[in-house]
Design a protein around this ligand. Structure first.
Ligand SMILES: Nc1nc2c(ncn2[C@@H]2O[C@H](COP(=O)(O)OP(=O)(O)OP(=O)(O)O)[C@@H](O)[C@H]2O)c(=O)[nH]1
Ligand SMILES: [Mg+2]
Length: 248
């Protein structure tokens, strides 16, 4: 079972208009500081925040109580003029947890009105999460005959392919920067990642490595996923035949 908290800036559109037209630089600074603060607050509680579209953030919040969420809301209130709405859901798969959180918001299932928290929490459930850290093998060599802009276009096209493929496996994919992606993965996703890697190798001539981590909390699962990825690199760099996928 996995618990997901979706944070969204409340009434952001109308608020942005209050800044006038010369606002884009202000909004970019606000979004960057908000992301930094959220990552700080949630990682202190052993969670990892995934940046979705700058006004919305996904957190695998396994084990976090309503009180934990209220504490975070109080802290954010001290630092930011804008506020966030939190929707919490759980499910057998990451996509199901996302649906449950979404349903709660749509149907106004309130957990705490003062702090704008919606959703469902059940502390009696047993939580765990699998994270897959995907990375392009030897992106450096592609830079030799592609300009920075062409490389980034490829990186975003790949993100779209990862997202489309793994939503079919009830999993959620996020871009982390560079040539790095993380998938909050179902068992089905883990079992099919080698097929996905083979497909991308065949269709796009891009080699991917995938480290997988399993743990109770998202910070631990991400740590193990990255450790797995680094293990693949270490095997490769020692001159041995590397696996495409490694799981801890
Ligand atoms: N978010 C994130 N970005 C990383 C990480 N490691 C590297 N990067 C980014 O990815 C870019 C490419 O680095 P690498 O993936 O190490 O380079 P590479 O040539 O593909 O080498 P290999 O992946 O070892 O084959 C870097 O410039 C960083 O932007 C990581 O763990 N997390
Ligand atoms: Mg790489």
């Amino acid at each position: 079972m996995i618990q997901l908290s979706i944070l969204k800036i409340t009434e952001y559109g109308p608020w942005t208009l209050t800044l006038g037209s010369d606002r884009e630089h202000e909004l970019q600074m606000l979004q960057a500081s908000l992301y930094k603060q959220l990552q700080k607050l949630f990682s202190a509680k052993n969670c990892l925040v995934f940046l979705n579209k700058s006004d919305e953030f996904f957190v695998v919040s396994n084990g976090l109580s309503l009180e934990d969420h209220i504490e975070i809301q109080k802290s954010l209130k001290e630092s930011f003029e804008i506020s966030l709405t939190i929707s919490i859901g759980y499910g057998e798969s990451p996509f199901d947890a996302n649906l449950k959180a979404y349903d709660a918001k749509q149907n106004s299932v309130i957990l705490n009105e003062e702090h704008s928290i919606y959703g469902f929490i059940d502390s009696s459930l047993k939580f765990n999460v699998s994270i897959m850290h995907l990375d392009v093998d030897d992106l450096k060599s592609k830079r030799e005959d592609n300009s920075p802009y062409e490389i980034s276009l490829k990186v975003f096209e790949l993100h779209s392919k990862i997202g489309r493929y793994f939503i079919e496996k009830n999993s959620l994919s996020f871009f982390l920067g560079g040539d790095n992606y993380m998938v909050i993965a179902s068992d089905d996703a883990k079992n099919s990642v080698q097929n996905f890697i083979n497909m991308i190798k065949h269709d796009e001539q891009i080699s991917l490595n995938c480290g997988i981590g399993n743990a109770k909390t998202s910070r631990d699962a991400a740590k193990l996923a990255t450790k797995s990825l680094d293990t693949i690199r270490a095997i490769r760099d020692s001159g041995k035949q590397k696996p495409d996928v490694y799981e801890l």
